[in-house]
Design a protein around this ligand. Structure first.
Ligand SMILES: NC(=O)c1ccc[n+]([C@@H]2O[C@H](COP(=O)([O-])OP(=O)(O)OC[C@H]3O[C@@H](n4cnc5c(N)ncnc54)[C@H](OP(=O)(O)O)[C@@H]3O)[C@@H](O)[C@H]2O)c1
Length: 293
């Protein structure tokens, strides 16, 4: 019999992609809040009673929790709201999961890292409110026996959501605006479909518990990343300038180097992680196949 899997944040960017990777193998219960995912449910996970009633009815064996407010500047100016959505939803799910044999997977962020070298799983250093709410949530998730925290950063093309880095970039180019390419923030994001592949494998990976970084093999500046995407798309004429993050008006502190060490995940699967260039190759193929360029 297929195992029952509750996927929260299923109407979001990662969730709406991940559904397609899970629905063959699992009896899937996708949850959104304002938007109802296909064959799924609308449920406000800040409401503890509703969470308990729902989970008591379903009795899932696996929970993958993706809900969050991911806008870093919004979280900085609305700490209570960020705490409610990012932390309280997690606490409600964890409280129900205690003393049950649940595989609980929680998606966290590379915003927890701010170190000069590659950060391993022990070196969290949260410095903005978004990162703090994710770090607090990780703490409650890790109190569960069979839980896994996946720290990551991902990119993809999400035309229904429009608020990701790539969607913003494509829109700026279409509007013929000059794009600021930030040269002093470094990260190692993965392509969303690679991330989904890994999440599926991590559900069953016995060696995977605690915290695991899930990033590309190599690191790159945010500006150079977008520049490479444009190059692969053959966009020769777009207007851009390389700049430092201090020249962009932002509300929250941004770590300069969020690059994650991926040694642990490479050991778990005995396989190197895809590189930034591998990910861009797949992204560009997908963009071309949906006639975006
Ligand atoms: N985006 C990134 O680049 C990135 C990077 C690193 C880590 N992450 C982590 O990856 C996860 C997924 O991110 P994402 O970008 O896919 O997020 P997203 O697109 O912003 O989606 C957020 C999801 O949370 C749901 N939600 C919000 N409030 C809720 C509530 N009260 N009850 C139930 N559901 C609620 C939303 O539902 P409705 O839309 O239906 O209201 C939506 O499905 C997050 O945990 C994030 O921290 C993201």
């Amino acid at each position: 019999m297929k195992k029952k899997l509750v996927l929260t944040g299923a109407s979001g960017k990662l969730g709406s992609t991940l559904i397609n990777f899970l629905n063959k193998e699992y009896n899937l219960f996708p949850i959104g809040n304002k938007k109802k995912p296909k064959n799924g449910y609308k449920l406000d996970l800040t409401n503890k009673n509703k969470v308990e009633n729902f989970l008591n009815k379903i009795k899932p064996e696996i929970i993958i929790h993706l809900v969050a407010i991911t806008k870093v500047d919004f979280c900085e100016e609305n700490f209570n709201k960020a705490h409610e959505i990012n932390f309280l939803t997690t606490k409600n799910l964890v409280d129900w999961s205690e003393k049950k044999k649940i595989r609980f997977i929680y998606l966290s962020t590379d915003q927890l890292y701010d170190n000069s070298n590659l950060s391993d799983e022990k070196s969290a250093n949260p410095k903005n409110f978004y990162a703090i709410t994710k770090f607090l949530s990780e703490g409650v998730v890790l109190s569960l026996k069979n839980s896994l925290v996946v720290r990551t950063n991902f990119y993809g093309f999400f035309p229904k959501h429009k608020d990701s880095l790539i969607d913003w970039f494509i829109n700026e180019i279409k509007e013929k605006r000059q794009v600021s390419l930030i040269k002093d923030i470094f990260f190692n994001p993965v392509y969303v479909k690679h991330l989904c592949d890994y999440i599926v494998k991590l559900i069953k990976a016995r060696k995977a518990h605690g915290i695991v970084n899930l990033g590309a093999k190599n690191s790159i500046s945010k500006g150079m990343f977008l520049y490479k995407v444009a190059k692969e798309l053959n966009l020769k004429k777009f207007k851009s300038k390389f700049t430092n993050v201090k020249n962009i008006k932002l509300k929250a502190y941004r770590p300069k180097n969020m690059s994650m060490s991926v040694k642990k995940i490479e050991n778990i699967f005995n396989k190197p992680m895809p590189t930034i260039e591998d990910g861009i190759f797949y992204l560009v193929n997908d963009l071309k196949s949906c006639n975006e360029f």
